[in-house]
Design a protein around this ligand. Structure first.
Ligand code: SF4
Ligand code: SF4
Length: 160
C-alpha cells in the first residue's frame, strides 16, 4: 500500500471497520484477542517498519515522566533540559514531542534512541493489546496512518 493513499483507502473502509468493532465485545473478548494477536503477528512478520516509519513521522507518542528520564539519560541531558528542548504539553494535557517528525528519527527510519524510546512507541500500534474491543477509536485513527493496522483490520473483516 502506497502511504500516500492510505488515509483515503482507510476512509473508504471506515464503515466496514466500524462494523467489525460492532461484532466484538466483553463477552467474546478473549477469543477476539487471540484472533487479533495472531493476525497482528502474521502481518508484522511481513511488514518492514524500516521501509515505512510513518508513525514516527506523523503520530507522536504520548510521553510519561519515566520516558523523559530514560530518554534524557540516553542523550546525556538533564531531564529538565531535555523537556525544554524536546517536549511540549498538548491540548489533552499530555507530554508529546515538540516537533514531528520525531526528533529522534533518522533518515533511514532508524530510531536514535530505540532502546530507550517511550513506552507508547514500544506498544504502537496496540493491535496486540488485551481487550482489543475497547480500542476502536484509536485503531480507526491508526488505520489511516499505519499500513499494518489497515491490513490487520482488513484481514479481520474476513474472519469475524
Ligand atoms: S522515539 Fe523513536 S520510535 Fe518513538 S517516535 Fe521517535 S523515532 Fe519513532
Ligand atoms: S506506521 Fe505501522 S508499519 Fe509503519 S513503521 Fe509504524 S508500526 Fe510500522
Amino acid at each position: 500500500m502506497d502511504l500516500k493513499n492510505l488515509a483515503a483507502e482507510a476512509e473508504k473502509k471506515e464503515a466496514a471497520f466500524n462494523a467489525l468493532f460492532k461484532k466484538i465485545n466483553k463477552k467474546n473478548a478473549r477469543k477476539t484477542d487471540l484472533l487479533v494477536q495472531a493476525t497482528h503477528q502474521r502481518v508484522f512478520e511481513k511488514t518492514d517498519c524500516l521501509a515505512c516509519g510513518n508513525c514516527c513521522r506523523t503520530i507522536g507518542p504520548r510521553i510519561n515522566e519515566t520516558d523523559i528520564k530514560r530518554m534524557a539519560k540516553a542523550v546525556r541531558m538533564k531531564p529538565g533540559d531535555f523537556m525544554e528542548e524536546y517536549i511540549r504539553i498538548d491540548e489533552d494535557n499530555d507530554y508529546v514531542f515538540k516537533t514531528m517528525p520525531c526528533p529522534f528519527l533518522g533518515e533511514d527510519n532508524y530510531c536514535f534512541i530505540y532502546e530507550n524510546r517511550p513506552k507508547a512507541c514500544r506498544e504502537y500500534p496496540h493491535t496486540d493489546r488485551k481487550n482489543f474491543y475497547q480500542l476502536k477509536k484509536l485503531t480507526l485513527i491508526n488505520s489511516k496512518s499505519c499500513p499494518a493496522v489497515f491490513e490487520i483490520l482488513t484481514e479481520l473483516g474476513t474472519k469475524l
